[in-house]
Design a protein around this ligand. Sequence first.
Ligand SMILES: Nc1ncnc2c1ncn2[C@@H]1O[C@H](COP(=O)(O)OP(=O)(O)O)[C@@H](O)[C@H]1O
Ligand SMILES: [Mg+2]
Length: 159
Amino acid sequence: MTAAPKPIPTLILPLPTADDTAALGARLASVAQAGDCLLLEGPIGAGKSHLARAFIQARLGRAEEVPSPSFTLVQVYEAAGVEIWHADLYRLTHPDEVWELGLDDAFAKAICLVEWPDRLGNHVPPEALHLRLEAWGDGRRAVVTGGRAGLRKALGDHA
Ligand SMILES: Nc1ncnc2c1ncn2[C@@H]1O[C@H](COP(=O)(O)OP(=O)(O)O)[C@@H](O)[C@H]1O
Ligand SMILES: [Mg+2]
């Protein structure tokens, strides 16, 4: 009889203020590596772009303007030794467009931050960190699943 696989626990992180969301982005930026993918889930206004902006600025080490990719779909930033791809797939009409955007390549070589990742269909990288932002009181909370151990550890998962 084989042992059942150890279930990956869900982490719940309270984010009472917008600064807490930004701090979470910066913490992830300090440990993310090429090939890491963060799937930012949650409704309009949840704070996905806020987290992505804080991540990108922390990783670039400067307060660079981070425009929303809602029209361009993808914005690419050059960080030290690695590209950061920030995608907003809200307007994607078919998962095949993921190929056209070059996202499959980016998943392998870059750090990817993806808003509206439900549009990815079967292009979701298997080790992606799923981070769902939900309304919680006056603030938000993040519900985190998946992701490689190093990323989860940075979020306080000591399982
Ligand atoms: N933890 C939080 N508590 C309260 N407001 C937040 C929090 N995180 C982000 N916000 C606010 O939510 C608003 C919408 O964020 P945005 O990143 O544009 O959402 P999305 O990209 O998910 O549509 C921003 O004004 C931001 O300051
Ligand atoms: Mg957004």
